[in-house]
Design a protein around this ligand. Structure first.
Ligand SMILES: [Zn+2]
Length: 463
């Protein structure tokens, strides 16, 4: 089992066994359009996994870089924002567009070389690639992107594993993407087949005593996302009925209540994954509760106000003085500032709780977590969504969407500057460097979303 206090990478990536010290593709680094002084020239033998002496940005600690950007808008001279318009400046957007194109070229060049080990999951595999292609299609309306997504989806549908159930790391993600794609191209028969296959999975997971996983990456909450995804995209809503969604919601609640009662917990809900009560978005409370709040239309008022709210309050009390959250109830150290473990995931939960319960205390918790992300969110681990700088940028963007306060758009855009300089900071190389959750695909998805900050959505997590 993965222990965040001792291991360098995530369980999915750890299992791929790929070499983490690949040689940097230097040629593409120089052409990236930067905002500051030109990038320092690099020796061709430098590795991404090695600290670049005297050249890297200063480190804050062993996990993150010192944030080099001014915290407040008024201190910034780079014109990231057009303050009158309360939007990104034309200069910023122009460079962002240019850099997205360069990074997409680099991404496509490398994914066409293929993976050393077949992987179809959203987290590190080809269905994650298809999500980026769908986002590119949505942004640029180029048919070729839709076709590329479709080719990958059709290929992935032929390789369903019949094991995992969640959107990010299981069959339901591939099936939900398939249903959406076939609906889009007018293949009603294939769309229906995907939806029916997806709904069959429900029978395996609604029995609380037989199926034990509740978290986002592998469990029921991740399956619930697949249902909410289809409803949000308006794909066969006649099949994804209220009864279907309620079954899953009730199972998540019953599972959490059963464990909480057994342990006489102060929280009305308690969840374990591999014998550990994780707190973060990927494996713990934060992800599960955030998904339940996104499904609030399918919860009874008592469930929402007494059970879910009580559990959110329990998580609020875990927040540390720095604004961060511990990785599990047994590991209260203040170390990881990742979407998967720590403050970035908590920003989503607390900000959503503010929207749902209209109580300013949740907003205070969200802002405190957001300040922690700003201070410690430019990570040595790289640029990915799960435990990288783009995922942390999404937390700041979400805070902007919920509060409407332009300072958070400004801060997300500064993280965007960092992410546009992909591969130049001496970060570690992830095992799957072009994937959605660990690598360049997630980084590009974040940058494209910055072009339309009001519409931005952390993929496979925000409905
Ligand atoms: Zn992670």
């Amino acid at each position: 089992m993965w222990n965040p206090s001792t291991q360098a990478s995530h369980p999915l990536s750890a299992s791929t066994g790929m070499n983490s010290t690949c040689v940097v593709n230097i040629s593409s680094l120089h052409i990236l359009n930067t905002y500051f002084t030109p990038l320092p020239s690099r020796n061709i033998t430098e590795h991404l996994g090695r600290k670049m002496e005297g050249r890297s940005p200063p480190l804050r600690d062993d996990r993150c870089f010192k944030n080099p950007y001014p915290k407040e808008i008024k201190d910034d001279k780079s014109q990231v924002l057009d303050e009158e318009q309360k939007a990104l400046s034309a200069k910023y957007k122009g460079k962002l567009e240019e850099n997205i194109k360069l990074l997409v070229d680099r991404w496509e060049t490398n994914i066409h070389k293929g993976q050393s080990k077949p992987d179809t999951c959203v987290y590190t595999g080809t269905s994650g690639y298809s999500i980026l292609y769908l986002r590119l299609y949505h942004q640029y309306q180029e048919e070729s992107y839709l076709n590329k997504a479709g080719d990958l989806i059709k290929q992935d549908l032929r390789s369903l594993k019949g094991r995992r159930v969640a959107f990010v790391a299981g069959d339901s993600g591939i099936l939900a993407l398939g249903a959406w794609y076939f609906n889009k191209i007018g293949r009603a028969d294939k769309c229906e087949k995907c939806v029916n296959e997806l709904l069959k999975i429900r029978q395996r997971i609604v029995a609380v005593d037989e199926y034990k996983e509740d978290e986002v990456l592998y469990g029921r909450a991740g399956y619930l996302f697949s249902l909410l995804f289809l409803l949000q995209k308006e794909v066969r809503t006649d099949l994804v009925t209220e009864e279907v969604v309620r079954d899953v919601v009730k199972a998540i609640l019953a599972s959490g209540q059963q464990t909480a009662q057994k342990e006489r917990s102060r929280s009305p809900l308690m969840y374990y994954w591999h014998d550990k009560a994780y707190v973060g978005a990927a494996h713990g409370f934060i992800g599960i509760l955030f998904m339940l709040l996104q499904a609030r239309e399918h919860l009874e008022e008592k469930e929402l106000q007494e059970v879910v709210r009580g559990a959110v309050d329990y998580v609020c009390n875990l927040q540390q003085s720095s604004g961060n959250l511990p990785s599990s109830l047994n590991n209260t150290s203040d170390r990881l500032v990742h979407w998967c473990h720590g403050a970035p995931g908590a920003v989503f939960l607390f900000a959503k709780a503010y929207q749902v319960f209209k109580d300013a205390k949740y907003l205070q918790h969200a802002k405190k977590a957001g300040d922690c992300v700003w201070d410690r969110g430019l990570l040595q681990k790289g640029y990915g969504l799960c435990h990288g700088s783009s995922g942390n940028g999404y937390a700041l963007l979400y805070l902007y969407q919920v509060t409407g306060e332009v300072v958070y758009l400004y801060r997300a855009a500064q993280f965007g500057r960092w992410c546009q300089e992909y591969g130049t900071h001496g970060c570690r190389q992830p095992d799957r460097p072009y994937s959605l959750f660990e690598g360049l695909a997630g980084n590009i998805h974040f940058l494209i979303d910055l072009l339309q900050p009001d519409e931005a959505k952390f993929p496979a997590f925000v409905v």
